[in-house]
Design a protein around this ligand. Structure first.
Ligand code: SAM
Length: 113
């Protein structure tokens, strides 16, 4: 099962329309805020984050929140366009052993470079 989330109900609705048009039965599209998602920790094998972090005022915090939803040994793909990844984001993405997202997510960058 693939779960997609967008804070905009209009965007989620458009995504649902496209999912239906493609005949996909294994995709659910939810309206939700990255900063207030109700999934259980370690729920997903993989996260695909696409052109979202660059629109947020607190991208590192968002990434840390999202990382908690990945199962141990899971993976994340983040694709962003205009944003130069701050080193804090790269540090947050660096896996530790055992994998614990929160331990490598301390604070926001003071300013984007
Ligand atoms: C540039 S669009 C990218 C949409 C889609 N991910 C794609 O790649 O086509 C950015 C999207 O981020 C969503 N967004 C912004 N803030 C969000 C948040 N806090 N939680 C979830 N989605 C958010 C917007 O509603 C918008 O649809």
């Amino acid at each position: 099962m693939i779960t997609a989330v967008d804070i905009s109900e209009a965007s989620a609705g458009e995504a649902r329309r496209r999912v239906a048009a493609a005949g996909l039965a294994n995709v659910q599209v939810l309206q939700g805020d990255i900063f207030n998602l109700l999934f259980q920790p370690e729920s997903f094998d993989h996260l695909f984050i696409c052109f979202v972090l660059e629109h947020l005022s607190r991208p590192v915090e968002a990434l840390c929140i999202l990382m908690d939803f990945v199962k141990p040994g899971g993976t994340i793909t983040a694709i962003e366009g205009i944003m130069v990844l701050h080193t804090s984001i790269l540090t947050a993405l660096r896996p530790t052993k055992p994998f614990r997202a929160r331990s490598s997510c301390k604070g926001e960058p003071a300013a984007m470079p």
